[in-house]
Design a protein around this ligand. Structure first.
Ligand code: DC
Length: 225
């Protein structure tokens, strides 16, 4: 599994992983893996094919068959193509997040996506964002970070993000969804959300994006090396 250096950034939903990971990857000139987008894409494609979220074998086939393309490599959010269709906005909804979280609890679905995630490890390096990047997918990563923030702050960040996109949501509803998703992701039998033993935990509550980016970059002694 050795190869290009990997920085894993794991954490719960709304901890700022996506934004921080993209900015850090851009600063380092490294590739970026949004592993959550893969789970979201499979959940969405399953919905398009009317696959029941409890039908494990159909979901595994769907995980192998679903093509996911990331368009754009930089600090901005890439457009995400699912089976050739631009599904960026649909993937970001709480419904897609809940479907992703449900299928992500199925061990065979996780295995089906494992090699695809590892294939992102290419020179000069990879920033991998998810729940189990440091524990399961890249256990030998050179640098591991676990980002957290209070559930209230995460709900507020999500609220602001979705409002800006014109999506109508309530703060209370978001907080409930975040807590439910945290519980499901942390309590599942396979690859539950938890920091790797060798991860550096950063609580981002009350911290701005730039401050977190700097803190993460400080962990890499020879930047870009
Ligand atoms: O990071 P995100 O919110 O886009 O992830 C959506 C869901 O996918 C999340 O609730 C759990 C699942 N997921 C996972 O189980 N493992 C990952 N590495 C990434 C996401």
């Amino acid at each position: 599994m050795a190869g290009a250096p990997v920085l894993t950034i794991d954490g719960p939903s709304g901890s700022g992983k996506g934004t921080i990971s993209r900015l850090v990857a851009a600063r380092l000139g490294w590739h970026y893996l949004d592993s959550g987008a893969l789970y979201r894409a499979v959940g969405l494609a399953a919905g398009w094919s009317d696959i029941d979220l409890s039908d494990a074998s159909a979901l595994v086939r769907c995980a192998f068959d679903t093509q996911v393309g990331f368009v754009g490599d930089g600090p901005e959010e890439p457009r995400i193509l699912v089976n050739g269709v631009d599904a960026t906005d649909e993937l970001r909804t709480e419904t897609a997040g809940a479907a992703a979280s449900a299928i992500a609890a199925i061990p065979e679905v996780r295995s089906a996506l494992r090699d695809r995630q590892r294939a992102f490890r290419q020179p000069p390096g990879l920033v991998a964002d998810g729940r189990d990047m440091g524990t399961v997918i890249f256990p030998d990563a050179s640098h591991k970070v676990f980002l957290t923030a209070s559930a209230d702050e995460r709900a507020q960040r999500r609220y602001k993000q979705l409002k800006e996109k014109g999506v109508s949501v309530t703060l209370d509803g978001l907080l409930r969804e975040i807590l439910a998703r945290d519980a499901r992701d942390a309590n599942r039998a396979v690859a539950p959300l938890r920091p790797a033993q060798d991860a550096v935990c950063i609580d981002t509550t009350g911290l701005g994006i730039d401050a977190v980016v700097e803190r993460v970059l400080e962990l890499l002694p020879a930047r870009g090396a």
